[in-house]
Design a protein around this ligand. Structure first.
Ligand SMILES: Cc1cc2nc3c(=O)[nH]c(=O)nc-3n(C[C@H](O)[C@H](O)[C@H](O)COP(=O)(O)O)c2cc1C
Length: 208
C-alpha cells in the first residue's frame, strides 16, 4: 500500500500557500491510489526532542562505542520513532515557506533531530550512505518574492537547494519541486500563483 509522509512547515495553516499546493498534490495523488495512506507531520505541533544534553550524549555515546544512560536510551527511542515515520513512506512531501531565503527553524529542528547515523543514513571511511534509498520526494516551496533577476537562485535559494542536499544525504535521488512565488505581491498575484502551483501539482501527481 503506497504511503505518503507530508512534512508541513508553515504555521499559517488555512492561509498557507505551500500547504494549499501540497494538499492539491496529495489529493490528486491519493485519488489515483485509493489504497494510499497519508501521515501528516506538522513541525509546529509535533514534539521535537531538543538536541542538547541527553540527545547529544546519546549520539556521541554510539559514535564512541560507550554505553548510553537510561535517559539517553529514552530520547534516542523518540528519535528512532520519528525516523520510522520517514522509513514507512514511499513518497515524502515537504511543504516549506521561504524564511529569510532559507527554511523555517522548526523544519531545521526536525532535520537536525532525525538525521542521525543508523536512523536516516550511515557512514564509514568510504563515505555517506542514505537509508531512505528508493523513496521519492516532492518539495512544495512558497516565496513572497520570485527568485531570478533581483534574487539569483545561485545566491538566494537556501530553501529548495538545502532540502535537495538533505534528500541526497539520506539517499533520495528523485526530488521534484513545485514553486509558488510572489505570494506577497497582492491578492491577484497570490491567487494566480497558487492556481498555477495547483495545476502543476495535479500534473506531477499523474506522472510521479
Ligand atoms: C519570518 C519570515 C521570513 C520571510 N522571508 C522571506 C524571504 O526571505 N523571501 C521571500 O521571498 N519571502 C519571505 N517571506 C514570505 C513568505 O515566504 C511568504 O509569505 C510565503 O507565502 C510563505 O509560505 P506559506 O504561505 O506557506 O506560509 C517570509 C515570511 C516570514 C514569516
Amino acid at each position: 500500500m503506497p504511503h505518503l509522509l507530508h512534512i508541513q512547515s508553515s504555521p499559517r495553516q488555512q492561509r498557507s500557500a505551500s500547504i494549499e499546493v501540497a494538499q492539491a498534490f496529495i489529493d490528486a495523488w491519493t485519488t489515483q491510489r485509493p489504497q494510499a495512506s497519508v501521515d501528516t507531520l506538522d513541525v509546529w505541533t509535533t514534539p521535537l526532542p531538543e538536541f542538547d544534553g541527553e540527545a547529544l550524549g546519546a549520539k556521541y555515546a554510539a559514535l564512541e562505542g560507550t554505553p548510553r544512560s537510561a535517559a539517553q536510551v529514552k530520547v534516542w527511542a523518540d528519535i528512532e520513532a520519528l525516523g520510522q515515520r520517514f522509513h514507512r513512506a514511499d513518497l515524502i512531501v515537504i511543504s516549506v515557506p521561504m524564511w529569510n531565503f532559507g527554511i523555517p527553524y522548526r523544519l531545521k529542528h526536525l532535520i537536525d533531530a532525525v538525521s542521525q547515523k543508523d536512523v536516516l543514513f550511515t557512514f564509514d571511511e568510504r563515505g555517506l550512505l542514505g537509508l531512505l534509498r528508493g523513496r521519492k520526494a516532492v518539495v512544495v516551496a512558497a516565496r513572497g518574492v520570485a527568485l531570478g533577476e533581483n534574487f539569483p537562485a545561485s545566491e538566494f535559494d537556501h530553501q529548495t537547494s538545502y532540502l535537495k542536499m538533505w534528500a541526497r544525504m539520506v539517499g533520495i535521488s528523485e526530488v521534484h519541486t513545485l514553486e509558488v512565488e510572489k505570494t506577497l505581491f497582492g491578492p491577484e498575484a497570490d491567487a494566480a500563483s497558487r492556481a498555477n502551483g495547483k495545476a502543476q501539482a495535479a500534473r506531477l501527481a499523474s506522472t510521479i
